[in-house]
Every structure is written in structure tokens, then in C-alpha cells.
Design a binder for this molecule. Structure first.
Ligand code: 0X9
Ligand code: ZN
Length: 436
């Protein structure tokens, strides 16, 4: 029996999308309405197939079979995929997912089809998720995040593009939405760049919502005078979910797991490296653990993890980046380097920029802004590395909330406040020194 996943919850949440069968309907709901939907509407929980994949192990005849997602815009495309042998299990707006063996994979590799992702069924057995608990259904899981990002890029092809900066331990894509009126995808740009990353830490789900909905807001407000100026003059990158494996693991049973790390299998068979201890900034010298089972495990070496590697390569390939926010939760705080040392950053001017820009974003959010190491000294931190390696004015935001699971009602206010701070950061990205 095939099941249709027609992104009902997503359709309810999107400001500019409604589905009537397969026909996209013009935007008719404002971003403010989007936010109120997030908290008011008890979003329908996505129907996840009760997969045989939940079984502990796969039989030998299932070896060599894959779970694939393939582009398919309409029912004709789906019919062609059935003819290619694909066992369609899920139907989304622009794609389908299902099971393919060797013959079908051969067919799919022809030019007629675009395979968006491919994982072995055995891998999927360990990665099939349920979803956020019903009360938190407004949060976007990996599939919903992916769909929303695709939707944004598809609706704004002149200024937005979506690409993967790399794969996670479990083979998920780390998506990056780029907003740039000229360059698309991975093409280089000389325009000053701003980078927003969420969800280094798995259980900090609000840290995916804020950059994801920031992207939606920027695109919806693309014709506002100030936003238009930033879109024309800057190179804006939004990576809302750096650690999708961990985020999915955190919700895999339908109740939260308090999971923090990525999904690496460590030497002692424990799971996970703390991605915010894995960067090469005084790696594993303080505030991090060498013990693989620890929540603050720094990994076997700096940049041992595909997720932190992907960020490293991304930043090193883009010397135009000037400003950055890495979203975490929770504390209502804005932190700037150093986090791995009690010292101040050596450049007095840069310190003034950090203090001034942090304070301004503090006013806009109501968060307290201060030097990261005053919270605690912790090495291997992403923002320390981004500043040290690339001179990027990098801020860690500890979003609001009392606990890692503050409920869906918090999203509206957190997003609205943080849009203001993120837009302020755009306003100084052309020259952060102008802030002082
Ligand atoms: O410990 C972290 O990685 C961050 N806090 S969280 O609760 N989100 O895990 C804070 C990072 C701040 N950086 C340093 N103090 N180095
Ligand atoms: Zn965190």
C-alpha cells in the first residue's frame, strides 16, 4: 500500500505556499501569519510509513537495495519511475521516495531522472524517524526542513539557490540556502558574506527554526528597501541544520532523547562527537572531554567529523565571509570570542566590533552579550575557529527558553526577535568596522 505524504503540515505553515492537489497556489499568507500558525495550529503530524525498516536487522535479500529520493514533479513522472522499477513509498510535492534494487538504480542513473539522495536500506533501518512529539509538531524535522528549503529556492530562483555543503556521518545532506542576486550555488562571489548556522547540537531544535524561518522571512521581504539592498549587495548563506543525524536521533522515538552530539561511532562503540568541541581552536585543551562517551567529547582529532569538516571547507572556500551567527540554545545570550581562552582577542578594534555589534544585537533580542569564555572556557568552538582562521566576526547565540524543549509556543517570539538581530548583522556585513 503506497502512502501519500503531501506535506500537509508544511502547507499550513508556509507563508507563500498552499497546495491544491498538485498546483501551487500564489502566496496569500503573510510571514506574521506564518508565525501565528506555528503556535496556533496543531499541525498535522507527518505520516511516516511504519517501515519494515524499524526491524533490527535486514535479511540478506535486502542487501544491495536502496532507499532513494528522486525528482518527480507530477504523476507522469511518477508513472515513469514505476516503470523504471521504483517501489514508490512516499510522494512529496516535487519528489518521491522508495525502494530500488540494482536494476532500478541502473535505470535511475540515466539522464531522464534526478536522484536526490540514496541510502542503503540497512542504513535507513537505523535512521527512520518518527517525529517531534505532537505538541511540538510545528518544529521542522530533517525532511520538513529539506522540503521547505527546496520550496524557498524554487519560488525565488533569481536570488536563492540550495546546495549541500557535504554529507553527515549517516549520509544526510547538510543543506545551505544561499541568497545572492548574482551568484548561485557554489559559484564564487566577491560580495561581503554573512553566514548563519543552526543545530550544531542535536537537541537544540529551536536553533534550526530560527535560521530556517529567517531564510523564509528574508525571501518574503525581498522587496523591502533595506532587505533588497542587502540581497543585492551581500552574499548570504543559511545552513539551518548542521547536525541532522543528531536532530533526527533526538526525536526518533517520538519523545525527546536529550541527545547533543553527532552520530559518529566512536572507537569504544559509543556514539557521537560534540561538534562544538571539534574545531581546530585550541582543540580539546579545556572544557572538552577525551572520553568518547561524554557529551562534550572532542573527537579523536580536530575536524575528525564530516559535519565540522564541511563547515571548514565551506568557510575556507569563501574568503568573502565577514559575519556569522552560530545558533544554539538556551540562555538568551550572545557570545563572542574568545571562548577557548580567558584572553581578549588581540586586536583592540576587533574587540570593539565584537562588543558593539554584540551589544546592538543584544538590544534587539533582549539577550545579554558578553565574551564567550566568561560563560565557561571551552575549546574547539566553531566561532573561535571562524574568527581565528578567517577573521569572521562570529557570534554564538544561545537562544531563549527554559530548557532544550521549550515547546512550540516559543518559536514565534524567538524568530521575530532574532530576525531583527540577524538583519542588523546584515547591515554591518559590508564593513563591520563601521559599527564602531
Ligand atoms: O557549550 C557549548 O558548546 C555552547 N553551549 S550549549 O549549551 N549550546 O552547548 C556554548 C558555546 C560557547 N563557547 C564557549 N564558551 N567556548
Ligand atoms: Zn549548543
Amino acid at each position: 500500500m503506497k502512502r501519500l505524504l503531501l506535506s500537509l503540515a508544511l502547507a499550513n505553515l508556509l507563508p507563500y505556499t498552499a497546495f491544491a492537489g498538485e498546483t501551487p497556489v500564489a502566496p496569500n499568507i503573510s510571514f506574521d501569519q506564518l508565525l501565528s500558525h506555528l503556535t496556533a495550529a496543531p499541525a498535522e503530524t507527518a505520516v511516516i510509513p511504519e517501515p519494515s525498516a524499524e526491524r533490527a536487522a535486514y535479511s540478506p535479500e535486502e542487501a544491495g537495495r536502496y532507499w532513494v529520493t528522486v525528482e518527480a514533479a507530477d504523476k507522469r513522472a511518477r508513472t515513469r519511475l514505476l516503470e523504471a522499477g521504483l517501489d514508490i513509498v512516499e510522494i512529496n510535492k516535487d519528489s518521491v521516495s522508495g525502494v530500488a534494487g540494482a536494476y532500478t538504480l541502473g535505470q535511475l542513473s540515466s539522464k531522464a531522472f534526478t536522484v536526490l539522495s540514496k541510502t542503503t536500506l540497512a542504513q535507513r533501518a537505523f535512521s527512520v524517524t518518527k517525529d517531534f512529539p505532537a505538541g511540538d509538531a510545528a518544529y521542522h524535522n530533517f525532511r520538513e526542513t529539506t522540503d521547505l528549503l527546496r520550496e524557498m529556492a524554487a519560488k525565488n530562483p533569481d536570488i536563492a539557490s540550495l546546495f549541500s555543503i557535504g554529507k553527515t556521518v549517516e549520509g544526510r545532506d547538510i543543506w545551505c540556502l544561499r541568497i545572492n542576486s548574482g551568484a548561485k550555488g557554489t559559484a564564487v562571489s566577491a560580495k561581503p558574506g554573512a553566514l548563519y548556522i543552526g543545530n550544531h547540537h542535536a537537541r537544540e531544535h529551536l536553533s534550526n527554526e530560527v535560521p530556517l524561518l529567517l531564510a523564509a522571512w528574508l525571501l518574503e521581504h525581498r522587496n523591502d528597501a533595506d532587505i533588497k539592498t542587502y540581497i543585492n549587495g551581500l552574499d548570504i548563506y543559511i545552513i539551518p541544520m548542521l547536525n541532522p543525524d543528531g536532530a533526527e536521533n533526538d526525536i526518533k522515538t517520538g519523545s525527546y532523547q536529550y541527545y547533543r552530539k553527532n552520530m559518529s561511532v566512536n572507537a569504544d562503540k559509543s556514539r557521537g562527537v560534540d561538534l562544538n568541541r571539534n574545531y581546530d581552536s585550541w582543540w580539546c585543551e579545556a572544557g572538552a572531554s577525551n572520553y568518547p562517551g561524554a557529551d562534550t567529547y572532542c573527537g579523536p582529532k580536530a575536524f575528525s567529523e564530516p559535519e565540522s569538516q564541511a563547515v571548514k571547507k565551506f568557510i575556507e572556500a569563501r574568503r568573502n565571509l565577514k559575519t556569522h551567527i552560530s545558533y544554539h540554545s538556551y540562555a538568551s545570550e550572545i557570545l563572542y570570542p574568545w571562548g577557548g581562552s580567558d584572553a581578549d582577542v588581540p586586536s583592540v578594534k576587533d574587540r570593539q566590533v565584537f562588543e558593539k555589534v554584540g551589544a546592538e544585537m543584544g538590544k534587539l533580542t533582549g539577550y545579554r552579550s558578553y565574551k564567550s569564555s566568561e560563560m565557561y572556557v571551552a575549546t574547539g568552538d566553531s566561532c573561535d575557529w571562524a574568527y581565528a582562521a578567517a577573521g569572521i566576526f562570529a557570534f554564538t547565540f544561545e537562544l531563549e527558553g527554559r530548557g532544550f524543549y521549550p515547546g512550540a509556543a516559543i518559536i514565534t517570539g524567538a524568530v521575530a526577535r532574532n530576525i531583527k538581530a540577524a538583519v542588523y548583522l546584515l547591515s554591518v556585513t559590508d564593513n563591520p568596522y563601521k559599527a564602531i
